[in-house]
Write a protein that binds this ligand. Structure first.
Ligand SMILES: Cc1cc2nc3c(=O)[nH]c(=O)nc-3n(C[C@H](O)[C@H](O)[C@H](O)COP(=O)(O)OP(=O)(O)OC[C@H]3O[C@@H](n4cnc5c(N)ncnc54)[C@H](O)[C@@H]3O)c2cc1C
Length: 347
């Protein structure tokens, strides 16, 4: 079988890149091992504009959001949703009030509250909060629809990819019966552990999430305070998450489930029930400078990487898939902040 590009992994990154390349007339074969604990299967799929302890908007966010809204909207997996970030203390509230004045933040902030109960009498927002314009991406649908289209085009293979089975030549690669002019690794945090791009400064981080039923008042808003709770309708919710830099397995832990349940209950003034129906764990492909790793191996022109989407893959992946396809097909330059060549090969 002869294709233009062999792609390893059909998570968020592999799905969008395969689509962008096919739109440019390229033949691809995507190999995926179907792991249920892939980061894209575990993720909430949220786009939250202002994040972190410092409650900041990253400079790229507005541009990336606009593209994602259009691109993922076409795929019918993008839904605008409000996110209510409850401030943890007066200091965070002061920062929130300041952000409302910043020109680039303003379009993403609907309202800053300074006291409890200004949006809902049900929530325990003692220090007020920021009601933001975010979005939710239906990642399972994105990947399932992508798999269906790739299968129909005979461009998806359910298999484990082993780097030792790959033959790398100057003008292309071969893997079992497949030959291609290049291979693109979209295998998430697996690229950090082994393979030609493991030399990059990865910082993979484990995270968990629970799904549950609750009698909490149904909200149409994501509740956020040191974590998030996403209303799924009809009393169903998802909540997470945590950040673990060591012990990078994909195994959910009871201790985190209990933390998420308590955090959720604390969002409300009155007592609410939680009945856990599912609990998952995955590893985010994070990087040392919080920017993705995309581009070509400095020593092998046929080995490419489209990875390192970190904790905010939904924001980065749509724009970068387009830019990576333009780079691979037309030789257009990559944005320098994401081009993996910003880091030298180790050794
Ligand atoms: C708990 C949690 C919550 C998150 N919440 C959000 C959120 O709200 N918003 C957001 O934007 N991001 C979130 N993220 C981050 C997001 O999940 C990632 O940015 C994104 O999913 C990365 O996608 P990916 O395709 O690069 O990697 P992955 O989703 O890991 O996909 C890699 C694919 O490659 C396959 N694969 C790997 N190795 C092989 C192999 N050897 N052979 C064959 N197949 C292979 C895997 O099975 C998988 O299908 C969250 C992550 C976690 C863990």
């Amino acid at each position: 079988m002869q294709v233009d590009f062999l792609i390893v992994g059909q998570g968020l990154a592999g799905t969008l890149l395969a689509r962008a390349l096919r739109q440019q007339g390229q033949q691809v074969l995507v190999v995926d091992n179907g792991r249920k604990s892939a980061a894209s299967r575990v993720a909430a799929g949220l786009m939250t504009p202002l994040t972190g302890q410092r409650f900041t908007l990253t400079p790229e966010y507005p541009e990336l959001f606009r593209f994602a809204q259009k691109d993922l909207g076409e795929l019918k997996v993008f839904s605008p949703i409000k996110v209510y970030r409850m401030f943890v203390d007066a200091e965070q509230r002061a920062r929130g009030l300041k952000r409302a004045e910043c020109v680039s933040c303003a379009p993403f902030i609907e309202k800053i509250t300074e006291d409890v109960g200004q949006i809902s009498a049900e929530w325990s927002d003692v220090h007020g909060g920021a009601l933001m314009h975010g979005a939710w991406v239906d990642l399972p649908k994105l990947m399932d629809d992508g798999a269906e289209q790739l299968t129909a085009a005979q461009s998806l293979r359910l298999a484990e990819f082993n780097y030792t089975d790959l033959q790398v030549k100057a003008d292309g690669v071969s893997w079992h019966d497949v030959t291609a002019r290049g291979i693109i690794f979209c295998d998430g945090y697996r690229s950090a552990a082994s393979g030609p791009f493991s030399y990059l400064p990865w910082q993979p981080v484990k995270g968990e999430a629970i799904s549950f039923n609750s009698n909490a008042p149904d909200a149409s808003v994501v509740l956020n305070r040191q974590g998030w709770a996403l209303p799924m309708g009809q009393g169903r919710w998802r909540a997470g998450t945590n950040w673990e830099w060591t012990g990078l397995d994909e195994i959910p832990t009871q201790v985190q489930s209990e933390k998420f349940q308590k955090r959720f209950k604390d969002y409300f003034k009155s007592e609410v029930s939680v009945e856990v129906t599912d609990h998952v764990a995955g590893v985010r492909p994070c990087t040392s400078d919080n920017h993705p790793f995309i581009g070509t191996h400095p020593e092998h022109a046929v080995l490419h990487l489209f990875n390192g989407m970190g904790p905010r893959g939904t924001i980065w992946a749509p724009t970068l898939a387009q830019e990576m396809a333009d780079y691979l097909v037309d030789g257009k330059p990559l944005r320098s902040t994401c081009d993996l060549r910003r880091f030298p090969v180790a050794g």
